[in-house]
Design a protein around this ligand. Structure first.
Ligand code: URA
Length: 263
């Protein structure tokens, strides 16, 4: 028996409100708009709205899913806000141990908590979305953005954005094993796309993938007989990691456009 898909909360709320979404404009709902614009991260925004601290066009709005437009007059505790927001993207050097999830059942911490702890005050009000995932034990380049369309672009199976990984592996991979990785190996969810693969040491392999399936690097290397001992991501698109572990920096607009191919 298949699982019944859960109705997203915004859709439930829109049905409840029976409110038409303004035509010809990008539909946006209040809590999300506040997170995008750097006013309050989404959960904090939801709380502020439910507590009656947010007004839209002169009326207290208690529904986090109320539709808003760029021109709506929104106030937080009486202070007028601008809901227009630029696309912001940051690189973060993920240490091992943190999960790329909203919460960590094992208590070691999430990348979202760690990022927020190192960001300056001016960037803490944003809702930051991780651009793809890394396993808990994987280190290296993880991008965050306030723009969900960038996440969709970078993680879409049709974009083929390159991701460069370096893996320390068991055994001594031969040229034949590397060639199999280049040509594509057959995994349980189908054959992998052609990849770049080269040795960077006797037990170190560089892999450049243009897709991002679950545990893909580990599964590919295991499939050619070399289980991964440690995994690090060095680059996404042409954006290379250049901050120390636990550190971050903003990407320039040119890096986002040219390096990630997002406009
Ligand atoms: N492939 C993996 O196996 N793990 C990661 O974290 C990223 C890519």
């Amino acid at each position: 028996m298949g699982r019944t898909p859960k109705t997203p909360r915004w859709l439930e709320a829109a049905r409840r409100r029976q409110a038409p979404v303004p035509e010809g404009e990008r539909a946006e709902w209040l809590a999300r708009a506040l997170g995008r614009a750097g006013v309050l991260p989404r959960l904090d925004a939801e709380r502020a709205i439910q507590e009656g601290r947010v007004e839209v066009d002169g009326r207290v709005e208690r529904d986090p899913f109320a539709p808003v437009r760029a021109a709506s007059g929104v106030r937080l505790e009486g202070q007028p806000l601008s809901l227009t927001s630029e696309v912001l993207t940051v690189m973060f050097h993920k240490p091992a141990g943190l999960v790329v999830h909203g919460h960590d059942p094992e208590g070691l911490g999430t990348v979202f908590e760690r990022l927020r702890a190192v960001l300056p005050e001016a960037l803490r009000g944003y809702e930051w979305y991780a651009v793809g995932r890394l396993d808990r034990d994987t280190t290296g380049l993880l991008l965050f953005t306030n723009e969900e369309r960038l996440v969709a672009h970078a993680t879409s199976p049709v974009t083929h954005l390159a991701k460069r990984y370096v893996a320390d592996v068991e055994g001594l991979p031969t040229e034949a094993a590397l060639q199999r990785l280049r040509e594509g190996v057959v995994l349980e969810d189908g054959p992998t796309r052609p990849a770049e693969a080269r040795a960077r040491g006797p037990q170190r392999v560089e892999l450049v993938l243009t897709e991002g399936r679950h545990h893909q690097v580990k599964r590919m290397l295991a499939a050619v007989g070399h289980p991964v001992l440690a995994l690090h991501r060095e680059a996404v698109g042409t954006v290379s990691l250049d901050v120390p572990e636990g550190g971050w920096r903003r990407l320039t607009d040119a890096e986002v456009e040219t390096g990630l191919g997002f406009r």
